[in-house]
Write a protein that binds this ligand. Structure first.
Ligand code: NAP
Length: 302
């Protein structure tokens, strides 16, 4: 049995991953920025940290084999300059704080798995990008991903295996992007975004946490696209949700400039299209439980 230290364990992905690890008799230590979220059970123990102030409870590392680094300020908030800085620093300063702690207690932790994003890849309708591509996008979020992955890569000098999961849109009914897409459709005001052609590389939350689990079990190293082999256009995704909810879609697509007015630069999240390969993940032996969008949406909303 292993002891896993998770940062961001209280979030959408962290909660599900924690459940899976505990169900398989592993022990979870977690770091939280919120003292009220600290719990102490025999196999699930919370510790306080504040990356901005460089504070961390060093006991969190006691007996830990693997670190899973999920913490980061949510990107679905208005991107003011101050918040953009928080998006970056909540990922990089937290990584640095962990790095200094692991350095202080060497030869113990074997692996770090860091969440990462697909924003690093160029936009694409038809080219399917895999992990070997050196082309990157020139956008704020791409810059975030580069800094985030650099912070993870540093652990190599301490002898840790470093694994980065470039995660697509995580589909869950408990949070993230999907409930926001479902809401207007439920009330009969659903519509695609812009041309609706932008490709969305996605993954069901159950598959994503299974992939984290496999990455721990197989001690995976390197970059992996955490996406299903079946990306889908924004228009198709909107249609599948409407069909599953048995709701009509009659409104025209919402033009990009309107969402830009409402959301500012963050509207990027709705219009940027990523078309990514899942081959590398499949070659590890991973089998998707929800490879097709119809299955995933039916599981969550039918
Ligand atoms: N959900 C997606 O579709 C998706 C897609 C691609 C990548 N990812 C990435 O995967 C990671 C986990 O995603 P998620 O959806 O589970 O995120 P989430 O629900 O927003 O949870 C992230 C956790 O990070 C911690 N956190 C928030 N702000 C922080 C800050 N300023 N400093 C330090 N910690 C902070 C919080 O834990 P405490 O309150 O306990 O400190 C929070 O529970 C994130 O880094 C996210 O960017 C998510």
């Amino acid at each position: 049995m292993m002891k896993i230290l998770i940062t961001g364990a209280t979030g959408l992905i962290g909660k599900e991953l924690t459940q899976l690890l505990l169900a398989n008799n592993h022990t979870v230590h977690y770091l939280t920025t919120s003292k009220t979220k600290i719990e102490e059970q025999s196999n699930y123990i919370g510790f306080y940290w504040n990356p901005q102030e460089g504070k961390i409870d060093e006991n969190c590392l006691y007996g830990v084999d693997v670190i899973v680094h999920l913490a980061g300020a949510n990107i679905a908030n208005r991107w003011t300059n101050a918040y953009k800085q928080e998006i970056i620093e909540s990922r990089t300063l937290s990584g640095e704080l962990l790095f200094n702690l692991v350095k202080k207690y060497p030869n113990q932790v074997k692996q770090i798995i860091s969440a990462s994003g697909t924003a690093i890849y160029p936009e694409s309708l038809s080219t399917i990008y895999d992990e070997t591509t050196t082309e990157t996008e020139d956008s704020f979020l791409s810059h975030v991903v580069k800094k985030w992955e650099e912070a993870a890569d540093r652990f190599q000098v301490l002898g840790l295996k470093v694994c980065k999961l470039r995660t697509g849109i995580v589909l869950s009914n408990k949070g993230g992007a999907l409930p926001e897409m479902v809401k207007p459709i439920k009330f009969g005001f659903g519509a695609g975004m812009g041309s609706g052609k932008q490709m969305q590389s996605w993954i069901h939350i159950t598959d994503l946490v299974s992939l984290y689990y496999l990455a721990i079990e197989k001690q995976l190293e390197g970059v992996y696209n955490a996406v299903t082999p079946n990306p889908i256009s924004n228009q198709q995704l909107t249609k599948v949700i409407a069909k599953t909810l048995k709701k009509p879609l009659f409104l025209p697509n919402i033009p990009k400039f309107i969402m830009q007015l409402i959301l500012g630069e963050m509207s990027y999240l709705l219009f940027s299209g990523k078309n990514l390969s899942a081959e590398k993940v499949i070659k590890t032996g991973f089998r998707f439980q929800f490879p097709k969008i119809e299955q995933a949406i039916a599981d969550l909303y039918a």
